[in-house]
Design a protein around this ligand. Structure first.
Ligand SMILES: [Zn+2]
Length: 183
């Protein structure tokens, strides 16, 4: 991991994923009447990458774009997605926010998710018990207080599925399989 990344990136984040870690740089690109916010993977599993294709994250109409303000709000919005599909985020560098500001958002988000998980625990039911007995390791989600996740029963536990404790419907996010369990 380098100490200094190009100033072209208004934000540089480290993503800790269970498969592979990466570093992403976020930058602005003008496209006709829009300002586009892109990210680019600049390190993958510890190795620098060059000329990696960028991914468009946001497109902001010119009249709504206020450089510093817009970039700050995006930089403070991104940590809310930490811990999602791309893994847990860590602040590396920014020209628009401080590390403390970034960490404040992460911490607030962690607390919010923990509150949701606690509520989801309280909504545990017989279907969750059954999935546990069957070895699918159900855990309360941080998506909302009614939803749990477990190993996918449709695909041999290879990835996770959702269980809604209100309806007892299990659904696989890949391929859309659904099944009603229990009463
Ligand atoms: Zn599945």
């Amino acid at each position: 991991m380098k100490n200094n990344y190009s100033d072209r990136y208004f934000l540089v984040l480290y993503f800790h994923h269970f498969l592979v870690d990466s570093v992403r740089g976020y930058f602005v690109q003008k496209n006709n009447a829009h300002f586009e916010i892109h990210h680019q993977v600049i390190e993958f599993d510890g190795d620098p990458l060059e000329n990696e294709a960028s991914v468009l994250e946001f497109s902001i109409p010119e009249e709504a774009y206020r450089e510093n303000e817009t970039l700050r709000s995006i930089a403070l919005h991104l940590p809310k997605r930490s811990g999602g599909f791309d893994g847990r985020m860590r602040f590396l560098q920014s020209t628009v926010i401080s590390e403390a500001e970034f960490n404040d958002v992460l911490e607030t988000e962690d607390k919010r998710k923990e509150t949701i998980r606690e509520k989801a625990k309280g909504n545990r039911n017989a279907v969750i018990d059954l999935l546990e007995k069957q070895g699918y390791n159900p855990i309360p989600s941080d998506a909302n207080e009614f939803v749990w996740t477990a190993g996918c029963k449709f695909h041999g536990g290879k990835h996770f599925m959702f269980i809604d404790t209100r309806t007892n419907i299990c659904s696989c996010p890949y391929g859309g399989k659904r099944e009603h369990l229990g009463e």
